[in-house]
Design a protein around this ligand. Sequence first.
Ligand code: ZN
Length: 280
Amino acid sequence: MKIVFNEATTLKNSTLKNDLELCEKYGYDGIEIRLDKLKEFLASYTVDDLKQFFASHCLKPYAFNALEFITFRDEEGFGQIRRDLQFLCEIGEQIGCQTVIVVPTFDVGDYTKSEIKTETVRVLRELAEFSEPYGVKIALEFCGYPNCSVNTFAQAYEIVKSVDSSQVGLVLDCFHFHAMNSRLEDLQAADPMDIFVFHIDDCEDLPVGALRDHHRVWPGDGAIDLDGILRTLQSIGYNDMASIELFRPEYWQWEAEATIQTGREKIEKVLRSYFEIKTV
Ligand code: ZN
């Protein structure tokens, strides 16, 4: 099981350059690069600098985060998504980053689940058709907010299965899974090959529908049934990666080094009962 760092965890207290160096130092296998931090990095450095870094270190790029609100967009809005996808595909091809995470739209109005499925399948197919020549896959991340158009594992998986392409898969985020009561039996029925990215985190003990990203806490410190999720992943044969993704303002007050070091320790502690991981 690869241990990966998602840059949201140090959103306000670090840069891509700093995250790269610290993730290497603390033995992460991979990093999920945020689009905003990548653009900021490229103001001072080049894509070639990034390529050289990955070529000369153990740390590898795992995915880009994220193209947001991909569905029910007007022509101008979708045009920006296409441009951002092209930007990420061109860089992904050079640095060996093969997955782009995409997020469904919130507050879409009174569309039925069937209409949402039709629209989301259509958009995922279009994005995947564009990214395939670059060797880049598309991973749909459902969000466990009541107003997200795709907000449970079962709903997201039904969409991904309907797309029916090896280029399109799911992001399983423990927070989003827990936040809208997604069911372990649905995860139990999934094909592990369809889970492209696994976000590990935990959260405060709030009721269904009340949880927001800032309630996330270190894995093992909160109310999510992580053992249930990890046991299920193990039983279906998932053994790819786990990426720590928190958005907690309290942790953004820390030194980035403390955040990245603590994340590595916390993730290892919750994973090691279920998966083999490289120790550092
Ligand atoms: Zn996530």
